[in-house]
Design a protein around this ligand. Sequence first.
Ligand code: SF4
Length: 517
Amino acid sequence: PVVYVPRDSAALAVGADAVAKAIADEAHKRGLEVRIVRNGSRGLFWLETLVEVLTAEGRVAYGPVDALDVPSLFDAGFLKGGAHALGHGLTEQIPYLAKQERLTFARMGITDPLSIADYEAHGGMAGLRRAITLTPEEIVKEVTDSGLRGRGGAAFPAGIKWNTVLKAQADQKYVVCNADEGDSGTFSDRMTMEGDPFMLIEGVAIAGLAVGATRGYIYIRSEYPHALATMDEAIRRAEECGWLGENVAGSGRAFRLETRKAAGAYVCGEETAMLESIEGKRGVVRAKPPIPALVGLFGQPTVINNVISLASVPIILAKGAQFYRDYGMGRSHGTLPFQLAGNIRHGGLIEKAFGITLRELMFDFGGGSASGRPIKAVQVGGPLGAYLPESQWDIPLDYEQYAAVGAVVGHGGIVVHDDRADMSRLARYAMEFCVAESCGKCTPCRIGSTRGVEVIDRLKAADTPEKHEQQTELLRDLCDTMLAGSLCAMGGMTPYPVLSALKHFPADFAAQPAQAK
Ligand code: SF4
C-alpha cells in the first residue's frame, strides 16, 4: 500500500512528521509493508495532517490525523480505504476540492514534490518542451495572449513586461522571481515552492528563454526555511537532468538559477527594494523610471515576476494561450489561488477563476467563521488591502471591479474578522505596520505613518463632536497625502485599510465611553 503524508509546512506545524513516523512504526509492528510518500499539501488546512491511501478507486482521505490516531486507523483497515471517524472518502470528491478549478495547483498534493518522474507523469515539462520549439517572440506572444497579469499584487500584464525585456539590448539579462510572500494570510507561493517546485523552475526557465536571460534568482523570504530547502534541492535535481544549465532541455541555450534568502523586511517584496537586497545592499526602494525591465538587477534588463505568475506560465505554454484566457472575467483572465485565513472554519487554498465572490469563498468553501459568530469585515490583498463590509461581499473578484470600490485583489489573501473586531484598532495597526516597515526613502510614508498612529489615537480620544470631526478630517487629509505622494505601494496603500475601516465602520472610531478609557 501507498500512504501519502504531506511535507508542507502547514502539515509539519501540526505534527505530520510524527504521523509519518507513527504509520511506519505501526506497519512494522504489524508486519505490513507500507510505502510512505511525503507529498505536498492539498491545501485543506483544517484537515491537516491529511493522510491519503491509494486504493483501486482512487486516493481515500483521513484527517485531521494525529500520531495517536494511527493505531485505530490500522484497526479500521485504512490501508484498504476502510471506514473511520476521520475518513472523508475519495479525496478528489471532497467538495472543497471538487468545486475548484485547479490549473496552477493541479499537481499540488498529488505528487512527491522532489520526484522528477512524478512531475513528468503529471504533465510537468510540457510547457518548457513546447517553449524550446518556439522563438522568443512566439513565447512572449503566447504569454501576452493568455492575458496573464502579475499575481504578486500589481496585476501588470506579464507579456508586456517580458516584451520590454526581450526588446532591450544588453549582454546580460536576468529573471528574478519574487518569493518574498509577506502579505498577511497568504501562502500560495510557499505551497508552490514546497509542493511543486519544478513547476516554478519550469516557469522561470521559460521566462529566461523568452527574453534572452541566462541567469535567474528566486528571492525567498527567510521565514520559509522549508521552501528554501526544497527549492535548492529541486534546482540541483533540475540541473542534474539538464532542465537548467548550459543546454536547457536540449535547446542549446543556457539558463542558470539560484535562490537568495531574504532577511525579513516587508518592503523587500517591492520589486526595486528586492533588487537592492539581492545586490547585497539595504532594501530601499528605487525611484522609477528607469523601470527594472530596462535597468534592473545590476543595472541590466530584468524580468521580475511573482511565484504564481511564473508558475502559471508552464500550463499556458502547454495548453495554449486561449485555454488559459477562457477562464476568468473582464480583463482578469485565468485563475487565482485564493488563500482563506483568519477567523474562518475551513481555511486553505482555493484556486478559482476570477469572478468568484467573497461570500462564495467564505461560506461555500470556508464554512463561515471559526468562532461561529457573524463575520464583520474581510481584508483582501494583504495588510495594506481594504476592509470589505458585507455590502461588498457579492462583488466579483476581478481587478477592475475591486479597484472601482477602492479595494485590491492583490496576491489573493483573504483574512476574515468576526463581529468582535475593533476596526479602529485594525486601522491603527495598518499605520503602525507602515511605521515599522517603511524603507524611509520618502516623507509621506516615513513620517505620515507615525502621524497616522497619533491622529487615530486623538480621534478615539476626542471628547466633543467638533474635535472628532477635526481629527477625522486630518486623518483623511493625511491619507490623501500618503496615497498621492508616496514613492511606492507601501506608503501609497497604507490608507486603504484605514479609509475603508473609517468609511464602513464609523462607529468603531467613536470616542470610548469614559469608564472604558
Ligand atoms: Fe520607502 Fe515608504 Fe516611500 Fe515606499 S512609500 S519608498 S516604503 S518610504
